[in-house]
Design a protein around this ligand. Structure first.
Ligand code: GLU
Length: 479
């Protein structure tokens, strides 16, 4: 395999939209391909028919493209050399290969019904067996028994015949040498009686026929790998190199689950909230990888250059929302103004106050937030905080206004502001400077009471920008 072209793939089941774990797998496969001049393939594992969701395939693909993880081959741009890119369109191929295994004596028909299997499992449990293994009763059926089953209308599945006490080992790109014993696995179904292959079988056929050389996937697939290796061995095919990436954990150290409602999981949610695709790409990269020099902000090209499979994290990756906000705000700050205006436009459109303003003025106001927001939709809240003054103050805010100096500061500010012809940055700064000199107060004691009077909150953009947005008249009224 020394000179072969690297071919990797991302093979989601269309049972949901692109989420963090899937996007991370896709990203590292993509980087692997790009690093080594190879191809990144997007194909679909849709054999779990009942769980498939309408539109999931398209959104998986388009969300990847949004992230800049652009497949060289996909369901939309297949390479005819590699056949179909959806499993349900190639059932005949799986059947053909499964029957080959039967002919070679490596697989056999199983006529057991669901009820019989359930009974078998129950009995094993009663006898203290910890993990269920098929008892091979169909391995030695006589021709008469087979005829009898057929006459009953039973349709068989096909099971792989695992060899006894066989070591299945491989060198994992992330965890090093891993080995399993075939005795712990049992004869598993490769083709169900409905003619649909199981994941472990179909994935091997696909990876082989598509000449996949490397597979980076989630740790949850580690125990599937020996089953797949056994199939490769029976066919005499060389398996790809496998790497199993660590789990992603939430800040409590628990495996990130789709039920973690306080962490957004789907790429589409991030897109809708105004996250920058390059920032998400960057953040996902940090979820599996530590740069040698501790660099944290990477363009796609830099990530590709820095990426070294030997440095894939071996400890769980923590999903740090604060870091994501930081990475995203870094990308917003880096935008040139034209890019920023386009980026922020859909959010600005949600603020009534701005709707009838001329474009120049809208842009001027948008720019006031460029260094303040972590994601696009935040501008809506920040602007509304200013425009719709909060009436109910909380204790901390009340405490500031209750200070002895507060009324004086506000009165002084109001008086001086009223005299201004122009409420620009310089003039406003001068007023604060004068108040400081006249009262001997400093910093927060001057700014906070005014900020709270104006907006009802203690945070926000620069005060001169708030005054600019409100206008002199409204500012004086609020004071
Ligand atoms: N469809 C599988 C999944 O989404 C792919 C597993 C694999 O990469 O082999 O988990």
């Amino acid at each position: 395999m020394a000179n072969e072209k690297v071919r990797v793939r991302y093979a989601p089941s269309p049972t949901g939209y692109l989420h963090i774990g899937g996007a991370r797998s896709a990203l590292f496969n993509y980087l692997y391909a790009k690093k080594f001049g190879g191809d990144f393939v997007f194909r679909i594992e849709d054999t779990d028919v009942e769980r498939n969701i309408e539109g999931a395939e398209e959104s998986q693909l388009h969300d990847l493209i949004w992230l800049g993880i652009i497949p060289d081959e996909s369901t939309e741009h297949p390479n005819p050399k590699y056949g179909k890119y959806r499993q349900m369109e190639k059932l005949d191929i799986y059947r053909e290969y499964a029957e080959k295994l039967v002919e070679m004596g490596y697989a056999y028909y199983c006529y057991c019904t669901t009820e019989e299997l359930a009974e078998m499992k129950e009995e094993q449990l009663r006898n203290g067996v910890k993990s269920f293994k098929y008892d091979r009763r169909c391995l030695t059926l006589t021709p008469e028994e087979i005829e009898k089953y057929k006459a009953e209308g039973r349709v068989p599945s096909i099971r792989l015949k695992m060899p006894a006490n066989h070591t299945l080992k491989f060198h994992d790109l992330v965890r090093g040498d891993v080995s399993f014993n075939s005795d712990d696995i049992g004869d598993f179904v490769i083709m169900k009686s409905n003619g649909i292959p199981t994941y472990n079988f179909a994935v091997v056929i696909d990876d082989h026929l598509m000449e996949i050389t490397h597979v980076l996937r989630g740790e949850e697939h580690l125990s599937n790998t020996p089953k797949q290796l056994q199939i490769y061995e029976y066919f005499g095919w060389e398996p790809p190199k496998f790497g199993h990436m660590t789990i992603i954990v939430n800040p409590n150290g628990k495996k990130l689950s789709k039920r973690d409602l306080n962490i957004l999981q789907f790429m589409s949610q991030y897109r809708d909230l105004g996250y920058v695709p390059e920032a998400i790409f960057n953040f996902l990269f940090l979820l599996g990888y530590t740069d040698q020099n501790g660099q944290e902000i990477f363009t796609k090209e830099e990530a590709c250059k820095s990426f070294d499979p030997a440095r894939l994290s071996t400890s769980p990756a923590m999903f740090d929302q604060k870091k994501l906000l930081w990475v995203n705000s870094t990308y917003i700050k880096k935008m040139d103004n034209e890019t920023y205006f386009n980026f922020i436009d859909p959010f600005i459109g949600k603020v009534d106050f701005l709707k009838n303003l001329p474009l120049d003025r809208k842009n001027e106001i948008s720019l006031m937030f460029k260094n303040e927001i972590n994601y696009g939709a935040q501008i809506v809240d920040l602007l509304n905080d200013i425009i719709v003054k909060k009436d109910e103050l909380d204790d901390a805010e009340k405490e500031i206004l209750a200070k002895e100096s507060a009324p004086k500061v506000c009165a002084l500010f109001k008086e001086k502001l009223a005299l201004l012809n122009e409420t620009n940055k310089e003039n406003i700064s001068n007023i604060f400077y004068e108040i400081k000199n006249e009262t001997g107060l400093k910093g927060k004691d001057i700014y906070m009471p005014i900020r709270i009077k104006l907006t009802g909150v203690m945070h926000g953009i620069e005060m001169y920008n708030i005054i600019d947005i409100l206008g002199k008249e409204e500012t004086l009224k609020r004071l």
